[in-house]
Every structure is written in structure tokens, then in C-alpha cells.
Design a protein around this ligand. Structure first.
Ligand code: G3P
Ligand code: CA
Length: 280
């Protein structure tokens, strides 16, 4: 470790396995994370939401039905909007679900892991192989969790502390689309890297300067980078903000273009093997 403490910390750019090797196996499963590790990804991304009993699980949506069989297993447990919220299910109930990854995969037999199980897998692989992989956890829907009076940031901070990811130099990048969530995590004493995800319009230089006061990296979409024709990356780098765009798939040429022409510091890819080839 120590690599992330020194900027620029990615030459060549880092490959973040987006939801694990989610192009090959159901997203956010230990199988998909293990495969990403085996393929050589530099970092693994879990998105995080809370269960009814305040356990952080690896899940992109606050709803369970896109990537699990919850509707078949627990019919009648949807809210009035027809959605099945992770916040309404205990961990024991979520353990009964099959994590299918949605329509993209035919493979069955995976389950939904907790963040702690994810961290335990990473620690195990790092120790057994001697190759240290980093983590890029995303706090999902902090606003939703706050409205539901659920302690997403607190649970997250506690888990990071216990796993030793709270110090500068730890191979951990905390990300969120909601800057307030990152500020709360930092205020709680977490000093590892913060990544502010960007949606909507590209920030101008003064907005980037504000981001640079609270984060070390920005996460724009690929489209945002292309639309600004290099300006966003240039200005971010001048402010010592790393740039980590989302989300790359099987297009190796596109991935190479972002590493070489757009000079990004890392990127999120569903196909870590393709991204590793593209940066070579
Ligand atoms: O976190 C980077 C990227 O994953 C953002 O998009 O929707 O896949 O979380 P999403
Ligand atoms: Ca994400």
C-alpha cells in the first residue's frame, strides 16, 4: 500500500472491476469479485446499500428485484410502488435469495454478499497470493437511506476502520454521487481517497476547485469526458484531481483511447481482462 497516497497514483491507469467481473458473472457476487481478481484487476468495486437490520450488502439498487429472485421467493413483500426494497428485508432473508445478476447471465447458484464478506474475501486473496488488490466501495443512495433513517455512512465507516482502510495510503477509494456522503465519511475520520461521481453537466473550473477541497478524484461518465474534448481531464489534473470514468465494456479500442488519448488515471470496466489488454 501507499500507492494511492502519492499523486498521480496511476501510471499506467488502474483497472477497477465494475461490480466485479460483471460482464462474465452475476454482478456483486463473490464469484464475480474472485474472477476479477484472477483476471488481474487492480481494484474491485462493490456498491453498498443497507438491509432492514442495518447490514451493508453488495448491491447496486436499493431494490432487490433486478438482480435477484426476490419476487418469486417473497411475493407480497413489495411496497405500494411494486418494488422490493433491501431496507425491508433482513440479512437472513436476503441470504435466501439467488443473485442472478439479471437477464444478462444464465448462471445460477450465487448469493448476495455482505460488505464484510467482500472485505474478508479481499483480505484472504491478498494474503494468499501476495498481490494486493484495492477496493472502490460506493455509498448508494445516501439520500434514500437518510429519509429511511438508516445509518449507511456509520455502518460503512465502522467496516472500513475494522478492515484497516481508514488511513491515507490504504488501497481504498470511497465513491458516491452525493458529495455530502463523502464529506460525512471524511468528517468521521476516514482519510483514504474520496472519489466524487459526476452526473449531469460537466463541472466548470470553479466547481472542480470546490470538489478538490473535499475529494481527490472525480468520476465522470465516458460521454462527459468526450464532450469536453480533454478540458475536463486537463483542468482536473491541474487541480490534482485524478479522473476515473465509468463504465467500460467489451470495446477494447474505446478503453485504449481513454487510457492513451484521454489520459485517465483509472477506469471502471465490466471486463477487466479487456481493460488490462487495452492499457498494455
Ligand atoms: O461508480 C461508478 C459507476 O459504477 C457509476 O455507475 O450506476 O454503475 O454505480 P453505477
Ligand atoms: Ca458504482
Amino acid at each position: 500500500s501507499g500507492e494511492l497516497g502519492e499523486w498521480p497514483w496511476s501510471r499506467p491507469g488502474l483497472v477497477v472491476a465494475h461490480r466485479g467481473a460483471s460482464g462474465y458473472l452475476p454482478e456483486h457476487t463473490l464469484e464475480a469479485y474472485s474472477m476479477a481478481y484472477g483476471l488481474g484487476a487492480d481494484m474491485l468495486e462493490p456498491d453498498l446499500v443497507l438491509t432492514a437490520d442495518d447490514v451493508a450488502i453488495c448491491m447496486h439498487d436499493v431494490h432487490l428485484e433486478r438482480v435477484t429472485d426476490v419476487a418469486q421467493r417473497f411475493p407480497g413483500r413489495a411496497r405500494t410502488d411494486g418494488r422490493f426494497y433491501a431496507a425491508d428485508f433482513t440479512l437472513d432473508e436476503i441470504r435466501e435469495l439467488s443473485a442472478t445478476g439479471g437477464d444478462r447471465h444464465r448462471f445460477r447458484g450465487c448469493s448476495v454478499p455482505t460488505f464484510q464478506e467482500f472485505l474478508a474475501l479481499v483480505a484472504h486473496l491478498n494474503e494468499r497470493t501476495g498481490r494486493e488488490v484495492g477496493i472502490v466501495p460506493e455509498l448508494k443512495a445516501p439520500d434514500f437511506h437518510r429519509r429511511e433513517k438508516r445509518p449507511l455512512e456509520e455502518v460503512y465507516v465502522q467496516a472500513l476502520r475494522e478492515a484497516g482502510y481508514d488511513e491515507p495510503g490504504a488501497l481504498c477509494i470511497t465513491q458516491s454521487f452525493e458529495p455530502d456522503a463523502l464529506v460525512r465519511v471524511r468528517d468521521a475520520g476516514i482519510r483514504s481517497t474520496m472519489l466524487e461521481l459526476l452526473g449531469g453537466e460537466a463541472p466548470d473550473r470553479s466547481q472542480l476547485a470546490e470538489i478538490a477541497k473535499r475529494a481527490e478524484a472525480i468520476g465522470p461518465s465516458k460521454t462527459m469526458i468526450e464532450a469536453t474534448k480533454g478540458q475536463l481531464v486537463r483542468e482536473a489534473h491541474e487541480l490534482r484531481l485524478a479522473v476515473i470514468p465509468y463504465t467500460f465494456k467489451e470495446d477494447e479500442d474505446e478503453t485504449r483511447r481513454f487510457f492513451q488519448d484521454h489520459d485517465v488515471d483509472a477506469l471502471f470496466s465490466d471486463f477487466p481482462d479487456v481493460a488490462l489488454r487495452a492499457r498494455s
